[in-house]
Design a protein around this ligand. Structure first.
Ligand code: PBG
Length: 344
């Protein structure tokens, strides 16, 4: 230490018996003390489907995200599997002509999701197929449940969701993922699956799903933003609540959920942490469409480095205690992780 530095230190009375910066000086040291890592095995890729063949339609509010016809989805999912992504989550954009008040097309054995499940299972080995249980892609009013007057009626909806879940299991879905937030649906779906010999089919419940503005671009992607009547606040959670999320997760686990999810992601990392710590069950977070759109829009404007923001945001889920993340960045992130390139 030079004389001048010694004088400055004494003048400021710095206590430097601890210098945390020592562990940050070099890349090898930073790697050595790193607490959390993102791995390709943490990624679940949500994918949009559309009727037709040879289609890959861009979603305007989600740059880099497309609606795939089943044939193109199979190709894209084969690539995802080759990258090591463990699972995909399917979301259909249903032909408006097939939507009705009761969401009946959800029960059609040849609907878009069922066709995709069969094609993926026949053509891609080693990837899990997660299907969404909720009626919103199929209802003319865009709600996840059934309406009587202005009310989303719980128990009647649960019966419909059970039918939808069985339809998906028969088509080969590996994981049933109820995103509807009706009371009692996990238990009802579990019982129905078991009764039909689908004991092995897993349930990933959207256990703490908030009524969020961050779902906007998703509703463009599946074509419900124009049709949604009112809002979803009578079934999705109030963003002001935290303890309630623990009660929701406790119920879903009691009812038989194998994995639980918190949604949206980044604005709710406190909930992810509480859920992970409290239950020590497989816990996932959904980095939703609006979160993706924000990062992409800022990146396209040159306002931030998109790849670095992507990797930082995904790592944040691991740090908060999540076992994995549903993210529209899954392909890009997997490519980067496989090349072992650090974002700049
Ligand atoms: C609806 C559903 C939504 C999302 C997944 N399933 C939106 C909603 O509740 O309106 C949102 C996902 C996203 O924004 O990426 N069952």
């Amino acid at each position: 230490m030079g004389e001048r530095q010694a004088i400055e230190r004494d003048a400021w009375r710095l206590n430097l018996s601890q210098r945390p910066r020592r562990n940050r000086r070099s890349e090898w040291a930073r790697r050595l003390v790193r607490e959390h890592r993102l791995d390709v095995s943490d990624l679940i890729w949500p994918l949009f489907l559309v009727e037709g063949t040879g289609l890959k339609e861009p979603v305007a509010s989600m740059p880099g995200v497309f609606r795939h016809s089943v044939d193109r989805a199979v190709e894209a999912i084969a690539y995802a599997a080759s990258l090591g992504i463990p699972a995909v989550a399917l979301f259909p954009n249903i032909d408006p002509a097939l939507r009705d008040e009761r969401g009946s097309h959800a029960h059609h054995p040849e609907n878009l999701v069922c066709a995709a499940c069969r094609a993926i299972k026949a053509n891609v080995s080693e990837i899990g197929v997660i299907t969404d249980v909720a009626l919103d892609p199929y209802t003319s009013h865009g709600h996840d449940g059934l309406l009587e007057g202005d009310e989303i009626v719980n128990d009647v909806t649960v019966a419909a969701l059970v039918g939808q879940a069985l339809n998906q299991a028969r088509a080969g879905a590996d994981v049933i993922a109820p995103s509807d937030m009706m009371d009692g649906r996990v238990g009802a779906i579990r019982a129905a699956l078991d009764a039909e010999g689908f004991e092995h089919v897993q349930i990933m419940s959207y256990a703490a799903k908030y009524a969020s503005a961050f779902y906007g671009p998703f509703r463009d992607a599946i074509g419900t933003s124009q049709t949604l009547r009112g809002d979803k606040r009578s079934y999705q959670m109030d963003p002001a609540n935290s303890n309630e999320a623990l009660r929701e997760v406790a119920l879903d686990l009691e009812e038989g959920a194998d994995m639980v999810m918190v949604k949206p992601g980044m604005p709710y990392l406190d909930i992810v942490r509480r859920v992970a710590d409290t239950f020590e069950a497989p816990t996932f977070a959904y980095q939703v469409s609006g979160e993706y759109a924000m990062i992409m829009a800022a990146s396209q404007n040159g306002w931030l480095d998109g790849d670095r923001a992507m990797m930082e945001s995904l790592l944040a889920f691991k740090r908060a205690g999540a076992d994995g993340v549903l993210t529209y960045f899954a392909i890009r992130a997997a490519e980067m992780l496989n090349q072992r390139v650090e974002p700049n």
